[in-house]
Design a protein around this ligand. Sequence first.
Ligand code: FPP
Length: 262
Amino acid sequence: MSEGDTLAAVDPAALDGIDPNRIPVHVGCVMDGNGRWATKRGLPRNEGHRAGEEALFDVVEGALALGIPWLTVYAFSTENWRRPPDEVRFLLNVISDSVLMRRRQELHERGVRIRIAGRRDWRVPKRVLRRMDDACELTKDNRRMTFTIAFNYGGRAEIVDAVRALVRERVAPNKIDERAIRRHLYWPDMPDLDLVVRTSGEYRISNFLLWELAYSELIFTDTLWPDFRRDNLYAAVREYQRRDRRFGALGEQDGDQDGERD
Ligand code: FPP
């Protein structure tokens, strides 16, 4: 999609077979494989990130069509600073020029609330922080979908930050429970993840929303992120709807009598 394009329209037939009453409330995407996508085509890795942006906005459109109220994507991890400086700079520019500038008005008009989850540390350029604040402020009253960009994000860092906040508040050890920790996560109102999709054939979580994914359904696909489209999201949701979610209880109809945690 080039500058100025609007998010493309949806073919309702593509949603066939999806139960509208069992749409996952919160979907997370680990957008992996941009570098390999580019290398396979003899292109610089950064072209993979550029193509990844296009894939992302097709997925956002698909999520809106499905009525998914929370979508969180892993855009830049606390470990990604270890990449070559040129790639780090490029990634920061893609993220800040794209969702935080070029596309923010359109997302706003479509009822999307933009949020950032991650550490605001000295490594994040002031200009990027300012754009983050502006995009979040502009869209803060929207409720159709909350689109969270995990940026300078690490799941362990989020838990460490929550524990530090509790210690700072001098909360007594016997008052520290799951609810207390959740209240100190980056976004306490963010629901647990129902579904996490990771692309590119890697079977890892890589420090993504560790607290929030405790009971989520995980779907791994060989598709590289720049090739991932709304149809792949629909396929993931169909697969999710076939799963039997038990949250540690017994299965609904499968005679799961062994009492094991699942
Ligand atoms: C992992 O692929 C991907 C990333 C580190 C960045 C994800 C960023 C985007 C999709 C750009 C658009 C994002 C926004 C929020 C506008 P990789 O580079 O690790 O791929 P590889 O494993 O094949 O090397």
